[in-house]
Design a protein around this ligand. Sequence first.
Ligand SMILES: [Mn+2]
Length: 426
Amino acid sequence: MKIKQNQIQDTNKINLQSHQEKFDFLSNSLIKTGTDVQSIVNKLKDFQVAIPSWALGAGGTRFGRFGFYGEPSNLEEKIDDIGVLHSLTQTAGAVSLHIPWDIPSDYAAIKEKADALSIKFDAVNSNTFQDQKDAAESYKYGSLSNTSKAVREQAIQHNLDVIKIGDKLGSKALTVWLADGSCFPGQNNFQTAFQNTQDSLIDIYKGLPDDWKMLVEYKPYEPNFYSTVIQDWGASLMLANGCGDKAYTLVDLGHHLPNSNIEQIVSILQLKGKLGGFHFNDSKYGDDDLTVGSIKPYALFLIFNELVYGMENNPQNPDLAWMIDASHNVKDPLEDLIQSLEAIQEAYAKALLIDQKALKAAQLENDVVKCQEILQGAYRTDVRPLLAEARLKAGGALSPIEAYRSLNVRSQLITERGKHTVATGL
Ligand SMILES: [Mn+2]
């Protein structure tokens, strides 16, 4: 299934006049305050977020999984789905592959398909959190941290294989997330587990091409419930520093204990030039993997404020690998991803509206009230016409959800693929 440009233009016709009125009104009021509206629209147009290859099907919990009809059952179909998302939103121009769930069978054909849909291959993700069929060793008690050298070597080799696969597709980063840890006190020696992980990561790092990055993701709990080896950004940063200049910390929104100040974490990592990647989702309790912006949109805005500050003031920090890392248990995965992409763009646009000069002046005067007024003034602005304008200029849909529904995408996918398909890895 491929959405044609003229189909999008047809759906846009209905909303075009109303969009123009809303955009002109907002644009005029912003210009009066000295805002460069065109520059914000261009930045929104350029901002692309990778879709992980595991997010196109219905997710589930340890209690069960309820499938969604017409799911993509192979990598080709997953790329097609991202093509649908990208053509509507013009924001999903990259895919992040999970290995071994999505190893291409024909590299040239997959690249050609992705190219035709303007989709790039972003970071590749290794998997040492579950055992693979016919694997010699088990990850039940950890992978890179395991007490057994044979297990560690198998996990290192897997990561090196993932780099090779990514390299053939044009990826430039490896994301390592470990489930390693312990479920009960006394099960692990913390120091040995950490040192084993550092040594294993160094072995993987040695196989990293010169123009690649290694992204080290952290998580405080789950699937291990007493300790995780890479529990927080400090542990991740130590391991990245232990590897070298091409290793960075990756922040996943859901991988924090409740009320962690994530905006402060991303800010300091950027100051040190060590923030390499960012995973979007939202949560109420833990790693809930909910739609971005569905629970704490203001927190997301504050995080984007720091990200924007870093992008503008920290040349020592590289461009970030942006990815949505969510699970769609009760919604159509494509509709959920469209909502997430919209929430990301909305938080980004609001952060771009912050008058950084005025904020700095208020901070220097310790005018706390003014500081809050500036932040919340930006946050309370309805920026959706800016997002719609960016999409319109890029050839996308004014209202992606409306277009997705009026073009009957899901029912066409069901006709093409059948009802009871299951995405690889789910
Ligand atoms: Mn993640």
